[in-house]
Design a binder for this molecule. Structure first.
Ligand code: IPD
Length: 302
């Protein structure tokens, strides 16, 4: 049967609110109790899960409201989910109950719950709640992207798109290292770090053709990186180690804000990056903040 996107959207908003509250309560209890080691390692020493992951709660809520929908969650997947291509055509929820796990454990407040809904392989709803920051980002196909339900994204408009090969002066870049700490010959950590720094230096140091990047950030939450690109705070975000649940909600948000995201950039040579529609299922992502729309600019100028 058909999917009522309005119904799914309002359910997703409620769900993100509840899950965010649970996360916030646990976070506060954790801060009050001092440092506890309530986390365990998964596939590597930096791949962590805390006991406050709310995936079971979210999964159960979705199953009782939309029993026919497919569910993909970070923790369900880790507990032996199939390693096949994850996203198909069916209505699919793709969630990360806690993105920014390392931050959460180290009491750095950049963490959130990320709820994405996908139709025919395309993220069409995204709700991200960062409870400690009091920021809820939401988007539904055709309805724009919003901060706390009232401020339309992007908040900052710069008419020039920050393409890596020709980024305007004063950009802020964001990158993440992912969780793979293996290096050559069986991993690519070194190459990843180097190519990101090259990209920042290339774009940031090129006087005359843009030049002088204002800053390079690494927040520790891929979801929030995408949200801050949609907001216009970050100009470019790049990462080579993402999973579907890290990006599903954020991709919808960024696209609704008018930004661009691609999976197609070869990390070794970011200057050849091509921007096209994002395809879930890659591990590399390059996101570009929205460029200002002229109608909006004209209206503002009177
Ligand atoms: C991770 C974070 C991190 C990114 C990793 C993600 P988690 O998600 O978003 O910033 O570099 O690729 O897997 O483990 O905190 O849910």
């Amino acid at each position: 049967g058909g999917v009522d996107l309005d119904e799914v959207y309002s359910f997703a908003l409620d769900l993100a609110k509840h899950a965010g509250k649970l996360l916030d309560d646990a976070w506060r209890a954790r801060c009050d109790g001092g440092l506890q080691s309530d986390h365990v390692e998964k596939e590597s020493a930096v791949d962590l899960v805390t006991q406050t992951d709310e995936e079971a709660f979210i999964k159960q809520q979705i199953a009782s409201k939309f029993p026919s929908h497919k569910f993909i969650g970070e923790e369900t997947y880790s507990k032996g989910g199939s390693k096949e291509y994850l996203i198909g055509h069916e209505p699919t929820w793709c969630i990360d109950p806690l993105d920014g796990t390392v931050n959460y454990i180290h009491i750095f407040p950049m963490f959130c719950v990320s709820i994405g809904f996908i139709l025919d392989g395309e993220p069409v709803i995204g709700v991200i709640n960062a409870p400690f920051l009091n920021q809820t980002f939401s988007a539904c196909r055709g309805k724009g992207a919003w901060l706390n339900g009232t401020q339309r994204l992007p908040l900052i408009r710069n008419p020039i798109p920050p393409m890596p090969e020709n980024a305007p002066k004063g950009c802020v870049f964001s990158c993440e290292w992912g969780k793979d700490r293996r290096d050559q010959p069986d991993g690519n950590l070194h190459r990843k770090v180097e190519s990101f720094l090259n990209m920042a230096a290339e774009v940031g140091g090129r006087e005359g053709k843009g030049g002088m990047v204002h800053g390079v950030r690494s927040l520790g939450s891929a979801t929030l990186d995408l949200a801050y690109c949609a907001m216009g705070a970050f100009d470019i975000w790049w990462e080579g180690g993402c999973w579907e649940w890290d990006v599903a909600a954020g991709i919808c948000l960024l696209k609704e804000a008018g930004g661009l995201v691609t999976t197609a950039n070869p990390p070794a040579d970011p200057s050849t990056a091509r921007i096209e529609d994002a395809k879930l299922g890659g591990r590399l992502y390059l996101a570009i903040r929205p460029a200002g729309d002229t109608e909006h600019e004209t209206a503002r100028q009177g």
